[in-house]
Every structure is written in C-alpha cells, then in structure tokens.
Design a protein around this ligand. Structure first.
Ligand code: SAM
Length: 198
C-alpha cells in the first residue's frame, strides 16, 4: 500500500488538527480502557502497529509483558524498530496469515483494512481464555467517508467502514462480551472491547 511505504509522511498527517486532536482522544480512550480492565496480560499483540505509536504506552503499562507489533509493511516495521525496538518486538507479518494466541490484542486504526468475518475468526482463535481485544476503528462519520473517498481515488485503497453492530453479530453472547465507546462522531471513531468469557 502506497502510504505505508513512507512512515514519515504517514506520521506528518497526525501533527495537524483536527487529525491530531482525534488521535490524542483515541489514544487517551484506549489507555483509559486498558487501565479500567485491571488485567495483567503476559502476551500482547498490536495488529497493524505501523510506526509503533502505541509501543511506549503499552510498555509503560506492562513492563514485564511479551509485546509484539505486527504490520505487513516492511517500511513501517523498520521505522518502528529503529524507534522503539528496545521496548517492543516487531515483525513484518500479514495479520490474515498469522497464527498465535494472546491475552491482550489491540488493533488501532487497522481493522479498516481487514475483511470482517475473516479478521473476527482470527480474533476468536487468538484470544486466550479471559483475554481481551480492543479495536479502535472508524465507522461512517463525515471525515471517514471523505477519507474513504480520497483513499479509493488517489491511493487505490478500499477502506472498510464497519459499524460496531457489524462486529456484534459475529460473537456468541455466551462466549464473548462486547462493549462500544464512541470516540468522535465527526471522525466516526469508536473503541470496541471484546472479552473472552471462557
Ligand atoms: C492507518 S495505519 C495505523 C498504524 C498504527 N496503528 C497507527 O495508528 O499509527 C494501518 C496499518 O495497518 C497495516 N496493515 C494493513 N493491512 C495489514 C495486514 N493485512 N496485516 C498487517 N498489517 C496491515 C498498514 O501497513 C498500516 O501500517
């Protein structure tokens, strides 16, 4: 994907409002949600970690955990590794071809790139008993629709704008509990928390 060949340009987009404001709000919501979970995960996965923006935060919360950031862009992973390689392990991996199991899984603005049912089947398989998956993504807000239009026209990339309810119908109530927090209606962003009840 063209954008993810150039991590510095990607990062530049987050320096200016309103995107910088939405990003800070999303990061704060994610941190608060993790703290509220009161869990001590041993194994943590950051799916589509990009330039590694979450790495310092996750390491600070869980100093002893095994943390892996995966991304299918080698340019993003090289950039993340150079910056945060001492904090977190990074691998060039396509999430849709990856297999493993985790106590905490985070997808921060990456599910827009995944087919829904396939990625949900992976999450279900990946989650250890009592494990949690936190997904921050965009549904249909004014900005995300505009973003989707430009990504299709200029980057030839299809962004998938799922609503929380698109996710809900794939999870059996007796095996998983789900909760949604709206982050920004204009951006269309929300945080979905999926907990394994096994
Ligand atoms: C919008 S960026 C978000 C990056 C990072 N989480 C952040 O918020 O800065 C989406 C990331 O997902 C990655 N990605 C897309 N498809 C992927 C796949 N199949 N497997 C792993 N990573 C993927 C892209 O390379 C990109 O770095």
């Amino acid at each position: 994907m063209l954008t993810y060949r150039f991590p510095r340009i990607f990062e530049l987009a987050f320096k200016f409002p309103p995107i910088s404001i939405w990003r800070t709000k999303s990061l704060n919501t994610l941190v608060r949600t993790i703290q509220e979970l009161s869990i001590q995960p041993q194994k943590i996965l950051d799916i589509g970690c990009g330039a590694g923006v979450l790495s310092p935060m996750i390491r600070k919360l869980y100093p002893d955990a095994e943390i892996l950031g995966i991304d299918n862009s080698a340019d993003m992973i090289n950039f993340a590794r150079a910056r945060y390689g001492k904090l977190v392990e990074f691998k060039v991996v396509d999430f849709l071809k990856y297999e493993n199991s985790y106590d905490l899984i985070i997808g921060f603005y990456s599910f827009e790139f995944f087919p829904l049912s396939e990625s949900i089947e992976k999450i279900k398989k990946f989650l250890n008993p009592g494990g949690v998956c936190l997904i921050v993504t965009t549904g249909r807000g004014s900005f995300s629709i505009l973003h989707q239009f430009f990504a299709r026209k200029f980057l030839k990339t299809t962004l998938k704008l799922y609503s929380p309810f698109d996710f809900y119908k794939f999870f059996e109530k007796e095996k998983f509990s789900l909760q949604t927090k709206i982050i920004s209606k204009t951006e269309g962003s929300y945080l979905l928390s999926i907990k394994s009840l096994r």
